[in-house]
Design a protein around this ligand. Structure first.
Ligand code: ATP
Length: 368
């Protein structure tokens, strides 16, 4: 096995005695060259984790290892990390070139080397032509890119980004996502990226650490956490999900990715196909189905459908979401839009799915 670029071992932060830990024995391995998103709701401990990795805050317990060397208590200026925070915090009295050169000056890099590397970093963010501009004469997106150039110019051991896009408007945020990702891939800078925006994480990251209450609930690729959430929290936090209580009846063969096909029974609705980890037996598990993976038919369509009534229709031009009431449950589904008649509240609807799109969460539902 290759050695990780960054290992975080049982990292814990308690801000004060008597308080719950903000980060609670967190473990994570980051591969060289990967961009890892720390994703989770407000207060789950993302920033606290990043600040401990940066050396801006002392952990209460645990360790941080970079390139096989423990740096848990190494001072921030000896860690060689590049950081970009929410507010880009450029030095307002310096021009672009001086801002980017700052870290190199601190390291007493020679003048000629500084010049070469600053030019290289500015080219990287495509702002070489603005090198003499004052910071206040730059747009938000340009300032953001300069902050990135300033972090990258020192060839950091790790690049740490804390919600760097949150001050930008929606359009620019999309553009900057692509830019940051492509710069990160070109420089192969191992990067930790804090965000609470699931689209941003899915779009940019090699791996996502979904955090909740100071812990990582799941660490995996974007498709892992989206398609195969390990917990209800993860399924809910990353995109929309329908949850149905399903009792496992029998196995019906092996599925792709080492998973198993199951027959399940959903109370009052009948028997259906689903997939899940091997070895699930007897008990009730939550079945996760993404709204866009539910097929909606307005006519009865074969067996293994859930019959219901359309309760609500939301039309946004490129998408049509419908809420379908079936018994005492309401399921969210999506339909292709067309210029024809829209389905209406009160219409009958029949829901079905491909077996591999209905995923049983691995932990059984706690029964009363
Ligand atoms: P956000 O997305 O809102 O920035 P976050 O996931 O980055 O949230 P943290 O800032 O790491 O969360 O905070 C984690 C927990 O620690 C929260 O409950 C927060 O209230 C608490 N906390 C953060 N800083 C301090 C502090 N200086 N003193 C006491 N508690 C703190």
């Amino acid at each position: 096995m290759t050695e990780s670029k960054l290992s975080i071992v049982d990292l814990t932060k308690r801000y004060a005695a008597g308080l719950d830990p903000a980060v609670d024995r967190l473990n994570m391995e980051v591969e060289e060259g990967h961009l890892v998103a720390l994703l989770g709701p407000s207060g789950c401990g993302k920033t606290t984790t990043l600040r401990m990795v940066a050396g801006l805050m002392d952990p209460t317990a645990g360790s941080i290892v970079v390139d096989g060397k423990e740096i848990t208590h190494t001072p921030v200026n000896k860690r060689g990390m590049g950081m970009v925070f929410q507010s880009y915090a450029l030095f307002p009295h310096m021009n672009v070139e001086q801002n980017v050169a700052f870290g190199l000056q601190m390291r007493q890099t020679s003048k000629s080397e500084q010049k070469r590397r600053v030019a290289g970093a500015l080219d990287m963010v495509q702002l070489g032509h603005l090198s003499k501009r004052q910071v206040k004469e730059l747009s938000g997106g340009q300032q953001q890119r300069i902050a990135l150039a300033r972090a990258l110019v020192v060839e950091p051991t790790l690049l740490l980004l804390d919600e760097p896009l949150s001050n930008l408007d929606a359009k620019l945020r999309e553009t900057m996502r692509t830019e940051i990702r492509s710069i990160q891939q070109r420089t192969r800078a191992t990067t930790l990226f804090v965000t609470h925006d699931q689209d941003e994480a899915l779009d940019m990251a090699d791996r996502i650490a979904v955090m909740n209450g100071g812990l990582i609930e799941q660490f995996g690729s974007p498709t892992d956490v989206y398609e195969r959430p390990r917990t209800r929290f993860v399924a809910n936090f990353i995109g929309q999900a329908n949850f149905l209580n399903a009792r496992v009846l029998s196995e019906s063969g092996s599925a792709a990715r080492g998973e198993t096909h199951y027959r399940v029974s959903i109370d009052g609705l009948g028997q259906f196909g689903a997939v899940g980890a091997p070895g699930l037996t007897g008990s009730a598990h939550e079945l996760v189905i993404r709204p866009h993976r539910l097929r909606v038919s307005l006519q009865p369509a074969g067996t293994e459908t859930i019959a219901g009534v359309i309760e609500r229709v939301n039309y946004t031009g490129d998408a049509l979401s419908v809420a379908v009431k079936a018994g005492d449950r309401v399921l969210q589904a999506q339909m292709p839009t067309s210029s024809g008649d829209l389905p209406r509240t009160g219409d009958a609807a029949y829901l079905s799915w491909n077996e591999q799109d209905a995923y049983l969460l691995p932990t059984p539902v706690k029964e009363p």
